[in-house]
Design a protein around this ligand. Structure first.
Ligand SMILES: C[S@@+](CC[C@H](N)C(=O)[O-])C[C@H]1O[C@@H](n2cnc3c(N)ncnc32)[C@H](O)[C@@H]1O
Length: 263
C-alpha cells in the first residue's frame, strides 16, 4: 500500500488515527521495499518462517503481562511492539486499552497481525519496517517492546536498533527487550557470521541470525538507558540449556544530554 493511501485510509477512520498520521515519519516509510536489499532477504526468510506458523502463539509472554501493569501504574498509553510477528502482544495490548502499534519486517507478519486484530474487532496500527530504521518521529512512544527479536541481527544493527528505540521513546519511556545469553547451549552453534553472531543451520529458525551477549555486554549496549530490571532466565529443555536476559530499561534523558554529561 502506498504511503498516500495508507494516510488517507487512516484519516477516514477519524480522530484516533490522527495521532498515527502525526507520528509516522512518512519519508522513511519508502525505504523498505527494495526486493534485492539485505532487508528483502531478511523479510523473505521471516515471511517463510511466519507462514509455517512457527510464531503464531495466542498467549502473551509473561514479561509483557508484567509490563502492562507497570504501564498502567505510570499511566502510559502509547506502545510500539517492534518485531510484532503475528501480533500476540499487539492484540494483548489493544485488548488492555493501550494505544498499540506494531511493526515487523515481514509482510506476512503484518498481514496476519491485521487479520487477527480484525477478527477480534480490535484497533492497532501495524506497519512494515526494519527495526533499525523506525519510521516514527522522535519521542512519541511511552514504551517499546522488542521481545524475541532484537538479537536476530549483527552487533552493529543491534546498536542501530537500540539507538532508534531511544530516539522514538519519550523521556522516562520504557524499553522491554530480551537477549540470548552466551551461557546458552545454542552459543557458537551454526555458521559464524561475526564474533558472537551465528546463523542457525537447522530447526525452525534455519537461516536466521542469533547474537549472544553476557551481562557486561548487555549493560554496555544499553548504556544510554537506566536499567530498571535485569533478569537472567535459564531452563533445560531437551538436554539444552536455554539462557537469556530479560531487561526493562528507561530512557532518562535525550541522547545529546547524556553524551554531554559524559564529557
Ligand atoms: C521470533 S519472532 C518474535 C515475534 C514476536 N515479538 C513474539 O514475541 O511473538 C521475531 C520477529 O522479528 C521480526 N524481525 C526480524 N528481523 C527484523 C527486522 N530487521 N526488523 C523488523 N522485524 C524483524 C520477524 O519478522 C519476526 O516476526
Amino acid at each position: 500500500m502506498s504511503v498516500k493511501l495508507l494516510v488517507s485510509r487512516k484519516r477516514e477512520r477519524g480522530l484516533r488515527t490522527l495521532s498515527f498520521d502525526f507520528i509516522l515519519l512518512i519519508y522513511q516509510y519508502k525505504k523498505f521495499s527494495k526486493e534485492n536489499s539485505v532487508e528483502g532477504e531478511v523479510m523473505a526468510e521471516w515471511n517463510q518462517i511466519l507462514r509455517r506458523k512457527e510464531y503464531s502463539q495466542e498467549n502473551p509472554d509473561e514479561i509483557v503481562v508484567n509490563l502492562a501493569s507497570i504501564l498502567e501504574k505510570r499511566k502510559f498509553k502509547r506502545v510500539l511492539d517492534l518485531g510484532c510477528g503475528t501480533g500476540r502482544h499487539v492484540i494483548y495490548l489493544a485488548e488492555g486499552g493501550f494505544e498499540a502499534y506494531g511493526a515487523d519486517i515481514s509482510e506476512t507478519g503484518v498481514k496476519q497481525t491485521n487479520t487477527r486484530l480484525r477478527s477480534r474487532k480490535l484497533e492497532a496500527e501495524i506497519i512494515k519496517c526494519d527495526m533499525k530504521s523506525i519510521p516514527f518521529i522522535d519521542s512519541c512512544f511511552e514504551a517499546v517492546i522488542c521481545v524475541r527479536t532484537i538479537y536476530h541481527q549483527k552487533l552493529k544493527e543491534i546498536r542501530e536498533t537500540i539507538s532508534e528505540i531511544h530516539r522514538v521513546l519519550k523521556k522516562n519511556g520504557l524499553l522491554l527487550t530480551n537477549f540470548h545469553a552466551k551461557r546458552s547451549s545454542k552459543y557458537r552453534k551454526g555458521i559464524k557470521i561475526e564474533e558472537n553472531t551465528f546463523m542457525q543451520e537447522n530447526g525452525p529458525e534455519r537461516g536466521v541470525l542469533h547474537h549472544f551477549v553476557d551481562e557486561n555486554e548487555l549493560r554496555e549496549l544499553l548504556k544510554d538507558f537506566k536499567i530498571v530490571d535485569l533478569e537472567a532466565k535459564e531452563k533445560m529443555r531437551d538436554g539444552y540449556l536455554r539462557s537469556h536476559f530479560n531487561v526493562l530499561a528507561e530512557k532518562t534523558s535525550a541522547l545529546w544530554i547524556s553524551k554531554v554529561s559524559k564529557l
